[in-house]
Design a protein around this ligand. Structure first.
Ligand code: DQA
Length: 144
C-alpha cells in the first residue's frame, strides 16, 4: 500500500502558525508520528507540502495508476478555492481522505465550503494532528 500525505499552503508553518487554532505540533512531528504508527514494511508513506497549487496537482498526477495508492490530503486554504486540485483527484480516481486540523465548520463562513468533501472517502476536521493518524488508521484497516 502506498499512501501520499499531501499538505497545502502555510502548513509548513505548523507549530508557530496560530497555535490556538492549529496546535503546537509541527509538520515534521506529524510525519514522525505517522511513520512510527505503521510497523509494516508493505506500507510506504510519502510526504509532500507545497504552497503552490500546480505542485499539488502534479504530485497527484505523478502517483496516478500506481497500484494500491491512497492519498491523505490537507489542502489547507485550497480546500475552499481549488477546482484544479479537486479535478486532479477526480481525474486520477485516487481514493483520498481529507484532513483538517481545525473544525472548518466552526469558523468563518468561507471555510465551510470544501471543494473536496463530496468526493472524499471521508473527512476528518477539528481533531488536530490526530486527524492524520486517524486517517492513516482507517487506510490500514483496508489493507489486504
Ligand atoms: C486547514 C483549514 C483551512 O481553512 C486553512 O486555510 C488552513 C488549514 C486546517 O487544517 O484546519 O490552512 O486546512
Amino acid at each position: 500500500m502506498n499512501i501520499s500525505v499531501l499538505n497545502g499552503p502555510n502548513l509548513n508553518l505548523l507549530g508557530q502558525r496560530e497555535p490556538e487554532i492549529y496546535g503546537s505540533t509541527t509538520l515534521d512531528d506529524i510525519q514522525t508520528r505517522m511513520l512510527n504508527y505503521i510497523n509494516d514494511n508493505s506500507v510506504v508513506l510519502e510526504f509532500m507540502q507545497s504552497n503552490k497549487e500546480h505542485e499539488l496537482v502534479e504530485v497527484i498526477q505523478s502517483v496516478m495508476g500506481k497500484e494500491n495508492q491512497f492519498i491523505i490530503i490537507n489542502p489547507a486554504a485550497f480546500t475552499h478555492t481549488s477546482v484544479a486540485i479537486r479535478d486532479a483527484l477526480q481525474a486520477t480516481k485516487i481514493p483520498f481522505i481529507e484532513v483538517h486540523l481545525s473544525n472548518i465548520y466552526a469558523r468563518e463562513d468561507f471555510r465551510k465550503k470544501s471543494y473536496f468533501s463530496d468526493i472524499a472517502m471521508g473527512t476528518i476536521s477539528g481533531l488536530g494532528a490526530n486527524g492524520y493518524l486517524l486517517a492513516l488508521n482507517h487506510l490500514l484497516t483496508l489493507k489486504k
